[in-house]
Design a protein. Structure first.
Length: 180
């Protein structure tokens, strides 16, 4: 299945899980945890190989996943897995999980920001950047920093679909394109 098609097919399942999560007190965190664990389980090579066995029935696939998850799945979570299995969509779980997390972040008005810097970012710089991004994005911002010496200098900031490339490497790349 192509990536765009995969996303299109997974979206209604993510929305259904999100809607179900909103119905329960503390449901967002419960569903977030369940989907993250399902994603990890489905992405495990041995589990993926087992589920790809063409001789398995839908019921057997569902049983494998629900038994593997044990008490970590609520009744609604088990029903969700059942629906996915009946529609031969268990492979969508990682995409559903990612979309659910985006819906959850939008609902809670939060965003995860990755900052790649050529050098260590001080706490003061991180706080200043966090405040600037909070004003720009109008969300609570959680910043994760990593050092990437290949940037030469500056920073590369990623927040969902937004990318701010203020690195020396990025500037040199843009200059190279202009000269060609």
């Amino acid at each position: 299945m192509a990536e765009a098609e995969f996303t299109t097919v997974a979206r209604p399942y993510a929305r259904a899980a999100f809607s179900c999560a909103l119905d329960d007190d503390g449901g967002l965190n419960t569903w977030s945890r369940m989907l993250a664990m399902l994603k990890a389980a489905i992405q495990e090579p041995s589990v993926r190989m087992l589920l790809e066995d063409p001789l398995l029935t839908t019921e057997q696939q569902k049983t494998i996943v629900t038994d593997l998850m044990g008490d970590d799945l609520s009744v609604k979570g088990t029903n969700f897995v059942d629906v996915l299995a009946q529609n031969d969509r268990l492979e969508l779980i990682p995409a559903v999980c990612d979309m659910f997390e985006q819906l959850k972040a939008n609902y809670e008005k939060t965003i995860e920001v990755e900052v790649h810097s050529a050098f260590d970012v001080s706490d003061a710089e991180k706080d200043k950047l966090q405040e600037a991004l909070k004003r720009k994005l109008q969300r609570d911002v959680s910043i994760h920093t990593t050092v990437d010496e290949s940037l030469i200098g500056g920073v590369l900031i990623r927040a969902d679909d937004m990318v701010i490339d203020d690195s020396v490497r990025g500037r040199l790349g843009r200059l190279s394109q202009l000269l060609n």
